[in-house]
Design a protein around this ligand. Structure first.
Ligand code: MEV
Length: 310
């Protein structure tokens, strides 16, 4: 029996633009997916149900990729709400892939795992950046850039894009996620932005503006300047809504959190899903989110990336 776990994430800056090679920053959070795999004498199952390609898209593709043909009993337990922009599919993919490697007796190779898990996300979603999968592997916080910088971890290539993934130290800061409850899978939102991007120079400019904002955001993170981080979060939110990925429920939660926050924005793919607020008063923000009908999660950053559990 092999058991592995991987964390979810929030994107502080740069979602969507990162798909086009622009920089982005993500923070691993203390909510994890734990996957347990053992061989089985009956058909391969996931949480007691026979595995199906459509229903268990990521897990199915991971098994195909592993080349394992034996029957497996898979249990996948998640503390991360799905379709809420918190990287649940990446945490599933990374923890399952690590556990399948364990079944094969292969040692955990973070660099290879980050690349392979990204390939699975790309295959299932039709397009993606390596931000979610690399955060699930590395934990901590990461910055993706167009070029190699200090604290470089690994690079990931796909078609015309090459992302350089870096470890990033973040200041102590309090983040509250607010789930709108509007389920919004990433793939269709990424496709929606791609259609806009391919038709319009204006969309390309917005993507580039987000990239420039992320570089500023990174400097603010390095200085621990929470006020500046908050201001940039608000600006990023404006640019994301021009791209068409906000949602009235997101706007309502962002407004509700705003009174007690340095800044707030959607996190992940948007279109529903979740927002994140940076605050010194997490309890008050959580209460405000709840009052507006959202589900709040006061989250802590975690240093722990993918790991083998006992
Ligand atoms: C999803 O968490 C973030 C997006 O930028 C998609 C991706 O980077 O794969 C929307």
């Amino acid at each position: 029996m092999v058991r592995c776990s991987a964390p979810g994430k929030v994107i502080l800056f740069g979602e969507h633009a990162v798909v086009y090679g622009e920089p982005a920053i993500a923070i691993a959070v203390d909510r994890r997916v734990e996957s347990t795999i053992e061989s089985s004498s009956s058909e391969t199952s996931v949480n007691g149900y026979k595995i199906e390609e459509d229903r268990h898209k990521y897990i199915y593709q991971c098994i195909q990729e592993s080349g394992i043909e034996d029957h497996l009993e898979i249990v996948c337990e998640s503390e991360i709400p799905s379709g809420a922009g918190m990287g649940s599919s990446a945490a599933v993919t990374v923890s399952i892939m690590a556990a399948l490697d364990g079944v094969k007796g292969v040692d955990l190779d973070r660099y290879e795992l980050a690349r392979r898990a990204f390939d699975i996300e790309w295959k299932v979603q039709g397009s993606a950046s390596p931000i979610d999968t690399s955060t699930a592997v590395h934990g901590n916080a990461i910055k993706l850039s167009k070029k190699k910088e200090k604290d470089f971890l690994w690079d990931v290539k796909k078609n015309e894009n090459e992302w350089y993934v870096h470890h990033l130290d973040i200041p102590d800061m309090h983040l509250v996620v607010g789930d709108t409850g509007v389920h919004a899978p990433t793939g269709p939102l990424v496709q929606k932005v791609r259609r806009f991007y391919e038709k319009s120079n204006f969309a390309k400019e917005i993507i580039e503006d987000i990239g420039a904002l992320v570089e500023e955001g990174c400097k603010a993170v390095e200085r621990g300047d929470v006020e500046k981080i908050g201001r940039l979060m608000k600006e990023d939110q404006k640019l994301l809504s021009i791209l068409g990925v906000s949602h009235p429920r997101l706007e309502a939660l962002i407004k509700a959190a705003g009174r007690f926050s340095y800044g707030a924005k959607l996190t992940g793919a948007g279109g529903g899903g979740a927002m994140v607020a940076l605050t010194d008063e997490p309890e008050k923000v959580a209460e405000a989110i709840k009052k507006r009908g959202g589900t709040p999660y006061i989250i802590e950053a975690t240093k722990e990336g993918v790991k083998k559990e006992k």
